[in-house]
Design a protein around this ligand. Structure first.
Ligand code: A2P
Length: 286
């Protein structure tokens, strides 16, 4: 595993850089992106049941790892339980991810969303379903099928409830994180609980790439806006998952470990925090 990694409380290392695969669909596109990513040094791939690309990712890795002189142990694979499988169906959902990926173990498996598909966000069955999903993940973790387990899109309230009831603490919380959404409360909770805070949508779905402050910092540091946004996170020790289907951008997005942003530039970016989300807001989920 690359030296640019973080230690998880489950006892394994997770790379600071991974390829996000949301919207990457179809065997040819997945193969092309994974090939470009492995060549560029990515050793972590983030999928999910709802992305419908687990089977394509598994197949691409089986074909491409030997080509790049790598083995299963050299890569870190993340997937996530779909909201339709939250609750009693969680065990089957996680086992389905394993069979789709065709792996003996998944490095990190997350509850994708605090809610349950088909229930209203305020439905008071949501907490029980989450707890039941967590118990299933704990069981599969105990069997070695899920090396680390965690959650995504949890709010501070969801995190606190989980920390009070769990037998195995979550290794990771994966949430939207970028200069306009710095998530201070979740970050300090993660620090207090020993949970790795991981970013998704570091580029704000691409919309932050035209932010005037980002453009200025990029120009001054002779880097692309995407590299500045990704560097801002990894320089704080926050793992990132940039997603791109374009081989050139996949390569450039990986070039974030050979430069540093100055403290004033880091502060300028962090001062953009205004709580703006480009993705889903879980705050109403009971
Ligand atoms: P593409 O797949 O065509 O590269 P986020 O991770 O914040 O959701 O952003 C992902 C979006 O940003 C995708 O639409 C992706 O499109 C685009 N993207 C990823 N990397 C870059 C880059 N280096 N420059 C411009 N757009 C990018």
């Amino acid at each position: 595993m690359s030296s640019h990694s973080v230690a998880l409380n489950a006892g394994l290392q997770m790379p600071l850089l991974g390829l996000g695969t949301y919207k990457l669909c179809g065997p040819a596109d997945v193969y092309q992106a994974v090939d470009a990513a492995l060549a560029a040094g990515y050793r972590s791939f983030d999928s999910a049941a709802v992305y419908r690309n687990e089977a394509d990712l598994g197949k691409a890795l089986r074909e491409l790892l030997p080509k790049h002189g790598l083995t299963r142990e050299d890569v870190f694979i993340t997937s996530k339980l779909g909201p339709k499988d939250q609750g009693v169906k969680a065990m089957d959902g996680a086992l389905h991810s394993l069979s789709q990926l065709d792996l003996e173990y998944i490095d990190l498996y997350l509850i994708h969303w605090p809610g349950t598909q088909g229930l209203q966000v305020a439905d008071d069955r949501n907490p029980g379903n989450r707890a039941q999903s967590w118990a299933s993940l704990e069981e599969l973790h105990g069997q070695g099928k899920l090396r680390a387990i965690g959650v995504s899109n949890y709010t501070p309230a969801h995190m606190k409830a989980l920390m009070q009831s769990c037998k195995v603490p979550p290794a990771v919380l994966q949430v939207e994180f970028h200069p306009r959404l710095c998530q201070p409360e979740l970050r300090s909770l993660c620090k207090e609980f020993g949970v790795c805070f991981q970013a998704y949508s570091s580029l704000g779905k691409g919309e932050l790439l035209t932010d005037p402050v980002i453009l200025e910092v990029a120009k001054n540091s002779k880097r692309t806006p995407a590299q500045v946004l990704l560097r801002w996170a990894v320089q704080q020790g926050v793992p990132v998952l940039p997603k791109s289907s374009n081989p050139e951008r996949i390569l450039r997005n990986a070039e974030v470990f050979d430069f540093a942003l100055s403290d004033p530039d880091m502060d300028r970016l962090s001062a953009l925090d205004c709580g703006q989300r480009f993705c889903w807001d879980p705050s109403e989920v009971a």
